[in-house]
Ligand binder design. Structure first.
Ligand SMILES: [Zn+2]
Length: 404
């Protein structure tokens, strides 16, 4: 893996985590290359899960064997004549590749899509505040135990939230909200299994926002009833902290709601060097932590098994949704369509640094060097891209300068 060599050759910096505490942290370059390493690792784990060839009984169409997960081929399938390396503001990326758009499981798609969602949600917060409105962050959780199926839990929570919305008492309590944004998050611990929870930003028009603490205690009985309806339990407090429903005043929760795609938790290189396993810490881990463990431990490890369960469990569920803010978005003249797959596959308007032929590109993929190739282009433009490519190929014909 050329990317792994690259990350290991980079000096490790430190990150301040408050009160004079510092932890080892990869450099910015390493962090960007790590994304490619994590995706390559995830692909390696989910690639063996193949669906057999299938013939559609109605149309007679033959569906070729394919991986159960689109993530397995994200950024590997070239959909144009050549792969372009482009620069857009400070970002350097590839275009002409199929992207999976799986915000739950693909680090590259999550980074790209959730950065956009973050900007969109921030724009909504700005518009609401400029209008004198306010917002709170509400978090809903339900009880769960080790061994529970993630997809089942996510489905029940979704139905409970729907049941909640239909309750008259709930509507009387918060029916004057102007809109909401929802982000679903999942963590895992060996002790308690999957822990899905729903973070929501609720917006209120000027002068109408209720007191957070009061709202939390009045919401809880409705949430409890909704959970009961779908066969879930929930607790009002745990160790003196609100858990079932938690409400906080929020100025701008855009970053919080899209933190899934943030890079601060990724530390594959640090984990590789110290040999520490995230799962072994006993606390809860994010799915990215699970993925890191799975990559380090290998395809047969319990972490790899959990990672596959996680990909299956989240299939079909939306991670960040602005659907509940539709009216509000229209009111402020903001866009209302948000498509993860489309956003992941949209390269945007960028300046083309150079382009790479399909064959050469596949050599770079095989050598596991997609991250460092981009770093070459970022640092040295076309010459940098060229120099990196030289290290992957023995001949130059395939490199086409400045093709647009
Ligand atoms: Zn992807």
């Amino acid at each position: 893996m050329r990317d792994l060599e690259y990350v290991r050759s980079q000096p490790v910096g430190v990150r301040h985590i408050g009160d004079g505490l510092v932890v080892a942290a990869p450099s910015e370059q390493s962090r960007r290359v790590l994304r490619h390493l994590l995706v390559a690792g995830a692909q390696d784990i989910c690639y063996p899960y193949w669906l057999k060839e299938r013939i559609d009984e109605e149309t007679g169409e033959i569906h070729k064997p394919r991986s159960e997960f689109r993530l397995a081929i994200c950024g590997r399938e070239v959909v144009k004549d050549r792969v372009q390396v482009y620069r857009h503001d400070s970002a350097v990326g590839y275009s002409g590749l199929m992207r999976c758009g799986n915000v739950w499981g693909c680090v590259i798609c999550a980074t790209k899509v959730l950065r956009r969602r973050g900007d969109q949600i921030a724009a909504l917060f700005d518009a609401v505040h400029a209008d004198g409105g306010t917002a709170v962050m509400v978090t809903f959780t339900a009880s769960h135990k080790a061994g529970d199926d993630l997809g089942d839990l996510l489905g029940r929570i979704k139905h409970a939230l729907r049941a909640l919305k239909d309750m008259r008492g709930f509507r009387d309590l918060v029916g004057d909200r102007s809109g909401q944004v929802t982000a679903t998050e999942v963590t895992y611990s060996e002790r308690a299994g999957w822990h899905p929870h729903s973070h929501q930003a609720w917006f209120w028009p000027k002068g109408q926002m209720p007191d957070s603490e009061d709202l939390a205690s009045r919401l809880f009985p409705y949430w409890q009833k909704a959970c009961e309806k779908v066969g879930l339990n929930t607790l009002e407090h745990f160790k003196g902290r609100r858990v079932g429903v938690d409400v906080r005043r929020a100025w701008d929760a855009s970053e919080y709601l899209t933190k899934w795609g943030r890079e601060r938790d990724w530390s594959l290189s640090a984990e590789v060097t110290s040999g520490r396993m995230k799962l072994a810490h006993g606390g809860s881990v994010t799915p990215w932590g699970l993925l890191e463990d799975a990559i380090i431990r290998g395809n047969q490890s319990p972490a790899a098994d959990l990672w596959i369960k996680y990909l299956r469990g989240t299939k079909g569920f939306q991670c960040v949704s602005l659907r509940g803010a539709r009216k509000l978005l229209i009111h402020y003249g903001l866009p209302t369509s948000y498509d993860d797959w489309k956003d992941a596959n949209d390269a945007g308007e960028g300046e083309v640094v150079g382009s790479v032929g399909v064959e050469t590109f596949s050599k770079v993929v095989k050598a596991g060097g997609l991250g460092r190739l981009l770093e070459g282009a970022r640092a040295g433009g076309l010459a940098g891209l060229d120099a990196e490519l030289q290290s992957f190929i023995s001949h130059r014909e395939d490199l086409h300068h400045g093709l647009t």
